[in-house]
Design a protein around this ligand. Structure first.
Ligand SMILES: Cc1cc2nc3c(=O)[nH]c(=O)nc-3n(C[C@H](O)[C@H](O)[C@H](O)COP(=O)(O)OP(=O)(O)OC[C@H]3O[C@@H](n4cnc5c(N)ncnc54)[C@H](O)[C@@H]3O)c2cc1C
Length: 435
């Protein structure tokens, strides 16, 4: 028998468990630990609340979770409740699927002013992640600046631009629905250091902006490359450029309730301005030299009372695990960290790719585990974990407990919404123990 611990129950964790079950059938026992009492990682707390069909991928993970030889062990945090050494003693392989939950810093003057947030915090807030439920961003200003040119920037822009009627049917946390519904923001500026040919925004997410009742996307046609400069681009980038071109052609006057979404390319923030709460952003115009953004020295200011940086994430370091500071993830070679210790998903490769990208990751790490551990070394596995949990007074949450939380969230939903998430660990635990 092989005993495997997977730490993290997001896409990477569940695809890896699926791969383990495919590899060994009933000759493996898999325990999936998560710091939260609820599973599925960023499917629950990252993917935008208005993208419910994407969140449906969790049903696939449920099939794996319900296999006899796979357990969910929620509310157990590696580094707080158990250590790497504990897990290595009990399991033949320990696979870290802990994602990249920390915001990359902007490293700019004024970054600590009020109403300046990283996207992990801001997105976690509207998605009801317990760590960020008390964030309380303000929406009294008429302008917000978003830093970054990826899909997370577009998610945030959409959430700022949707009308109250367009938000109410999503699973946005009610603590975010009320302030966003009363928001005064009517101008959202998205800053990208490089140009439209370098964006990481998908054409589909760009196109979604045209479906919002009050969003007016604005692109300066002068920023768009001539047709012959697009020759070397892949299809995705060409489609994205076509979408930006249609924004440039179709922009209309904004009405009082409209929210204009301005794309500022070749524009890097240099300082966040203000004394207590942010009041503006100083921006430097950039030029592209050999594909890299280089400052021109020319600056301009945007008056803004909310700033959200969407510039990427870092994996949280864990005592005893080698860390790659430059990459912001665990130091690893194709998923292998050291003897019996592996990583997958964002913890392995950084915050790139789609949900589906984590599946081949999971399958490839299980191939390595299979080559390394043979038939298993007769470790104690889950029986040993349960003994340790009893000894330390760790009262973990099972998948059946999560199903109770799930049912309670669905029962508590606002009219038209799929669920009302519990946003505190205590209320999650209370729902789990309800009869
Ligand atoms: C805002 C946002 C929106 C996105 N939208 C989309 C989208 O629409 N479509 C798409 O394809 N992709 C999207 N993605 C990308 C997708 O979410 C990721 O590819 C995927 O979630 C990465 O999976 P993961 O399992 O590596 O990490 P995660 O999903 O982050 O899962 C990590 C898990 O580990 C747990 N954990 C962390 N530390 C510990 C610890 N010390 N002990 C125990 N447990 C721990 C966490 O609680 C979490 O459950 C989005 C990402 C973000 C940030």
């Amino acid at each position: 028998m092989r005993h495997i611990a997977i730490v993290g129950s997001g896409p990477a964790g569940y695809y890896t468990a699926e791969a383990a079950v495919k590899q060994w059938g009933d000759q493996v026992r898999v325990d999936i630990l998560d710091a939260l009492p609820v599973p599925f990682g960023l499917i629950r707390s990252g993917v935008a609340p208005d993208h419910q069909s994407i969140k449906d991928v969790s049903h696939r993970y449920e099939l794996t979770a319900l296999a006899d030889n796979v357990r969910f062990i929620g509310n157990v945090m590696l580094g707080r409740d158990v250590s790497i050494a504990d897990l290595e003693q009990l399991y033949d392989a320990v696979i870290l699927a802990t994602g990249a939950p920390e915001d990359r810093a902007l490293d700019l003057p004024g970054e600590r002013l009020g109403n300046v947030f990283g996207s992990a915090a801001f997105v976690g807030w509207y998605n009801g992640h317990p760590k960020f439920s008390a964030l309380a961003p303000g929406f009294a200003s008429d302008t917000a600046v978003i830093v970054g040119n990826g899909n997370v920037a577009l998610d945030v822009a959409r959430m700022l631009a949707r009308s109250p009627a367009e938000l109410v049917g999503s699973d946005i946390a009610t603590h975010a629905l009320a302030p966003l519904s009363a928001s005064h923001i009517r101008r959202v500026v998205i800053l990208g250091r490089r140009g439209p040919c370098q964006i990481a925004m998908s054409p589909r997410e760009l196109g979604e902006l045209t479906e919002l009742s009050r969003a007016v996307p604005r692109v300066d046609a002068a920023d768009l490359p001539a047709a012959d400069a697009q020759a070397g681009l892949d299809t995705t980038h060409r489609k994205a450029l076509a979408q930006l071109g249609s924004f440039a052609a179709a922009a209309r006057e904004s009405g009082p309730d409209d929210v204009s979404i301005e794309f500022h390319f070749h524009a890097a923030p240099r300082a966040l301005l203000g004394t207590d709460v942010v009041e503006g952003v100083e921006v430097e115009r950039m030029a592209l030299v050999d594909g890299e953004a280089v400052g021109t020295g020319e600056t301009y200011r945007i008056r803004a009372g909310l700033v959200v940086s969407c510039i990427g994430y870092r994996t949280s370091a864990i005592a005893g695990v080698p860390y790659d500071e430059a990459g912001g993830r665990f130091a690893n070679e194709a998923g292998r960290i050291g003897d019996g210790l592996y990583c997958v998903g964002w913890a392995r490769r950084g915050p790139t790719g789609t949900i589906g990208t984590n599946r081949p990751d999971g399958f490839s790490v299980i191939e390595k585990v299979a080559a390394d551990i043979g038939a298993g070394a007769g470790k104690d596995g889950r029986a040993g974990f349960d003994a340790l949990a009893r000894q330390r007074g760790i009262d973990y949450v099972t998948f059946a407990d999560w199903q109770k939380i799930d049912q309670a969230e669905i029962a508590n939903a606002r009219s038209g919404a799929p669920r009302e998430k519990f946003t505190e660990v205590e209320t999650m635990l209370a729902a789990a123990s309800r009869d």
